[in-house]
Design a protein around this ligand. Structure first.
Ligand code: SF4
Ligand code: SF4
Length: 124
């Protein structure tokens, strides 16, 4: 885990991304989605560092996906350091963020509350 890369504006975990050997994270220009990214554009227009700082209940762009949506929700509730601590601990325990392409162990959920419980406990 490259903790210093943190979490992207949209909630994706740049720190654990399988592309982070050649990309320095959201805003560095390396993200494949950046030209069409609604979250980057909208949060910048609102002078916010990330969607997790926004008060809107929003499913725009990447927030339509369970993983970035839930990571954003987690940060709103518990803070970014708590999310990074959980992700770091889970990685050490064998939980993989990108197992096949951009799909991994945090994607197979349809309920944000269940994903939050998994992030916190590492157990399904
Ligand atoms: S999808 Fe947008 S907000 Fe997310 S990492 Fe890429 S550029 Fe950043
Ligand atoms: S409105 Fe949505 S996309 Fe825009 S900053 Fe807020 S959460 Fe992000």
């Amino acid at each position: 885990m490259k903790r210093e890369l943190g979490i992207a504006r949209c909630g994706l975990a740049c720190c654990l991304c399988s592309e982070n050997d050649k990309c320095n994270g959201c805003g560095s220009g390396g993200c494949a989605y950046k030209d069409m990214c609604k979250n980057l554009k909208c949060s910048a227009e609102r002078h916010l560092a990330a969607c997790s700082e926004c008060k809107e209940e929003c499913k725009k762009g990447l927030l339509s996906k369970i993983k970035p949506y839930t990571f954003t929700l987690f940060i709103k509730r518990y803070g970014i350091d708590e999310l990074l601590d959980c992700l770091e601990r889970n990685e050490k325990n064998g939980i993989v963020y990108h197992r096949e392409g951009i799909i991994g162990d945090y994607d197979d959920f349809d309920d944000p509350e269940k994903l939050i419980a998994f992030i916190k406990t590492g157990k399904r």
